[in-house]
Write a protein that binds this ligand. Structure first.
Ligand code: F6P
Length: 554
């Protein structure tokens, strides 16, 4: 049944009008137990969602909406291996990679858990050999630098996790990432490396992504005539892919191919062999702890009733804003240097999943399905875009993410950092009223007419909602739990809003057009293009032809 037809949906629509007129200050004043009631404490973190524009009635109806959408049924279907990614005819089983399924799943006669465990065993063996110096380049020198060539899910997850776990990094091997087909990134990276001690990890689920394959070809050329092609590929390259046959076609040595499967979405793949750079950077045991942390969140998601289920609550709050209250964006604001890539990672995870407008019934959704996700390190954002968060007419709900334990030993810093995080969510919630502004200006000795002029600019309406996730400590286990929290949130939101979260057809159109336009740029033949594109091709031709003529003349 169409989700918009349920009484809970209709009730939430009218409650949204009512809540527009409420202020978070009042909600807290009315209910001293609010913070305790609207927070969930897990072994890894405290999730405080009390600073949201919800009251009991909204909460009850949001939970009812989740039940009307049969969220629990969809969750169980996903975790039992049902093909819930219907447009691609696939199950969604990234939880299997970390031991997060309630019972074994068999697909086409193969045990998913056994496949995952076997590949993880191969990964462990390779990582340990590399750390022991037994993985060498073709001149016999040990590998000291690993370059991941991959984009999207084959880049962001591992890169984000390695940054997040910087305190756990080994110092005998460095991991680099090249995602961009702009040769500048690869050239800059190669300039710092030694051909004899470098290993490339070509990470691509499909093994057809132009950016990655182009970078892999250029990386291979970088070795020049150090050794024959097959030997270079055997000693200096590994592949991670769900299409091993394509990697073999490229020339990859079969024993250097780590695989994952169609039932792992690219943006949910860091738990698979795509996580190889993580295990290389922080050691296999820490990678295992990351998986275990995610598995503990899987358990929480499967077993906890909806009213205390952190990812479900996050999803409900998120859809409350984007779908009912009309707030189209959501900011991710980590107050932990190591989590600086989390906003970029979540952009892909959430927006590629829920940025859709066709419902499961194949109809146009006439409601918003997910917010625009953006953000950066909160402390830097304070000196950049927080002005907008505090005083723009637009309301942007936010997630504040911090850690109670510092990841360094410098005294004094951490309290300043956390005080800023708490202050910002408090300021966004409470704001400052006209009366208070006037009193403060008067106390500073301003004349009445000066106060009158200045006061409007200093008023903050407040009433800007946020979640706070305060980790006990950022470590491999809690990072796993945090990422899985968001993964399940994304899934729950998609289920309730009746969209398919695990496909990404919207990224295909541009890929096809780029392939068609590439020869046009070379030939300069802009026929058949729209006037804007033709103009840009012509300009490119003029500039490059001019540069070529100059070079010839010189
Ligand atoms: O273009 C989007 C996308 O398909 C993502 O979903 C994926 O993570 C990324 O490209 C990379 O794809 P692949 O791992 O197949 O190279």
């Amino acid at each position: 049944m169409d989700i918009t037809q349920f009484p809970s949906w209709q009730r939430l629509n009218s409650l949204a009008c009512r809540m527009q007129g409420r202020h978070l200050r009042e909600l807290f004043a009315e209910d001293p137990a609010r913070a305790a009631r609207f927070s969930v404490e897990l072994p890894e973190f405290l999730f405080d969602f009390s600073k949201n524009l919800i009251d009991d009635e909204v909460f009850v109806n949001l939970l009812q909406l989740a039940r009307d959408a049969d969220l629990e049924g969809w969750r169980d279907a996903m975790l039992s291996g049902a093909p819930i990614n219907c447009t691609e005819g696939r199950p969604v089983l990234h939880a299997a990679l970390r031991g997060g399924l309630p019972q074994p799943v068999v697909l086409d006669g193969d045990s998913v858990d056994a496949q995952a465990a076997a590949e993880l065993g191969r990964l462990k063996e390779f990582v340990n050999l590399l750390h022991n110096g037994a993985v060498t380049g073709c001149t016999g020198r040990r590998i000291t630098d690993v370059v991941n060539l991959g984009v999207g899910g084959s880049h962001l997850g591992p890169a984000m996790a390695i940054e997040a776990l910087r305190a756990y990094r080994r110092d005998d091997v460095r991991v680099h990432f090249v995602s961009n087909v702009d040769g500048a990134q690869l050239a800059d990276t190669l300039a710092t490396l030694d051909v004899e001690t470098t290993l490339f990890v070509v990470s691509s689920k499909t093994f057809t992504t132009t950016e990655t394959v182009t970078n892999a070809r250029s990386a291979l050329r970088w070795f020049g005539d150090l050794a024959p092609r097959a030997e270079l590929l055997r000693q200096h390259f590994v592949a991670v892919t769900a299409k091993p046959e394509r990697a073999i076609e490229f020339g990859m040595a079969p024993q250097r191919i780590f695989r994952f499967w169609d039932w792992v979405g690219g943006r949910f793949s860091l738990w698979s062999a795509i996580g190889l750079p993580i295990a290389i950077a922080v050691g296999f045991d820490n990678f295992r702890a990351l998986l275990d942390g995610a598995a503990s969140m899987d358990r929480h998601f499967r077993e906890t009733p909806l009213e205390g289920n952190a990812p479900v609550l996050m999803a409900l709050v998120s859809l409350w804003y984007c779908t009912f209250m009309g707030y189209p964006a959501h900011a991710i604001l980590p107050y932990e240097q190591a989590l600086h890539m989390l906003p970029a990672y979540l952009q892909q995870a959430e927006m590629e999943s829920n940025g859709k407008s066709t419902t499961r019934a194949g109809e146009e959704a006439d409601y918003a399905t997910g917010p625009l996700i953006w953000g950066m390190l909160g402390i830097n954002g304070q000196h950049a875009f927080y002005q907008y968060l505090h005083q723009s007419p637009e309301v942007v709900p936010a997630d504040f993410i911090g850690s109670a334990t510092p990841g360094h030993a410098l005294p004094g810093h951490h309290e300043i950092l956390l005080a800023n995080m708490l202050a910002q969510s408090q300021a966004l919630m409470n704001g400052v009223g006209r009366e208070q502004v006037e009193t403060e200006l008067a106390a500073k000795g301003l004349a009445v007419d000066e106060i009158e002029k200045l006061a409007p600019y200093k008023v903050h309406r407040g009433n800007r909602p946020s979640n706070t996730i305060l980790l006990r400590k950022l470590d491999p286990h809690s990072l796993g739990a945090l990422i899985a929290l968001y993964e399940h949130k994304i899934f729950a939101q998609g289920v309730i809003l009746q969209i398919y979260s695990f496909d990404q057809w919207g990224v295909e159109l541009g890929k096809g057009l780029a392939a068609a336009l590439q020869p046009k740029l070379t030939s300069g033949d802009a026929s058949g293009q729209d006037a804007s594109t033709a103009g840009l091709i012509n300009y490119y031709q003029r500039v490059t032809a001019g540069a070529a003529a100059l070079e010839f003349a010189g």
